[in-house]
Write a protein that binds this ligand. Structure first.
Ligand SMILES: [Zn+2]
Length: 273
């Protein structure tokens, strides 16, 4: 799931920001890029994306001309170590296909561990607060999520308070099973790394419980509320082949640049229901 912001792109004019970005591609992204972010992403994307364009992610289509490198990457072979995978963007049918469970005897394999490492790297580089394996073309039930003080500090305090958003350490969950712990819900804008530059209001449960396995195969159970619960629901949806656009309040769908504009007549109010 994409981090949310609505203000950082106003700190500097875009042309200046872009000029700066080209010179800072190889520097640690967190502190360097935040003040010069531009509309559509929490951090700017072009310098990062250009590093990922050489290889396409796994495709479900065996007839694809790029199926050989995709498959070899999926199997953990060949060029695997050289580059991080691309994020699959909305429009690729793989995002609407359900993922399969990771078998217990697969968990300790290099392939699964490498996939997890790649997912964490891609999420942090994007950057986002969550990523599901299908988003890098891997149809397996694996999610990673993380929210940091630093990410949160770039959103208005009143907004993060309303969202009940708090930092939490990296979570890697295999074969997650999610259930809501109450019928209370909240409506807020959310974004997705697979749906660049857009946001929409989605109604989510306020409290959920997720059980699954750690990256080492140990059972884990997470009781989550607020924004963390939202991220978990968003990522688990990916594993069912569901994007937020499949369940959004469609009249609220808009570009990040228009995030502050009033909602259209008839749209539900943001906040807890
Ligand atoms: Zn997403």
């Amino acid at each position: 799931m994409e981090t949310l912001h609505r203000f950082s792109h106003r700190l500097l004019p875009i042309p200046f920001a872009e000029k700066c970005l080209k010179t800072t591609t190889n520097t640690p992204f967190l502190k360097t890029h935040i003040p010069i972010s531009k509309p559509g992403s929490f951090y700017p994307k072009p310098p990062f994306n250009t590093n990922f364009t050489a290889r396409k992610p796994y495709s479900s289509s065996p007839s694809s001309s790029s199926s050989i490198p995709r498959a070899s990457w999926f199997l953990g072979l060949g060029e695997k170590k050289q580059k991080s995978p691309d994020i699959v963007k909305a429009g690729d049918p793989v995002l609407h296909e359900p993922a399969r469970e990771v078998a217990p005897d697969e968990i300790g394999s290099d392939r699964i561990q490498n996939i997890i490492d790649d997912m964490v790297k891609v999420m942090r580089t994007a950057p986002g607060v969550g990523l599901a394996a299908p988003q890098i073309g891997i149809p397996l039930k694996i999610i990673v999520l993380e929210d940091t003080k630093e990410y949160i500090s770039y959103a208005p305090k009143e907004e993060t308070k309303a969202q009940d958003r708090h930092p939490f350490d990296l979570l890697v969950i295999l074969n997650p099973k999610l259930k809501n712990k109450s019928n209370k819900t909240a409506l807020f804008f959310e974004g997705c790394l697979s749906v660049d530059g857009f946001r929409a209001v989605v109604e989510r449960y306020l409290e959920v419980e997720v059980t699954g396995l750690s990256r080492y195969g140990q059972p884990i159970e997470i009781d989550a509320s607020g924004w963390q619960a939202r991220i978990l629901q968003h990522e688990c949806d990916h594993l069912d082949g569901t994007l937020y656009v499949d369940k959004m309040v469609s009249r609220t769908f808009r570009t990040v640049e228009n995030l502050d504009l009033p909602l259209a007549d008839g749209c539900p109010k943001l906040g807890v229901r």
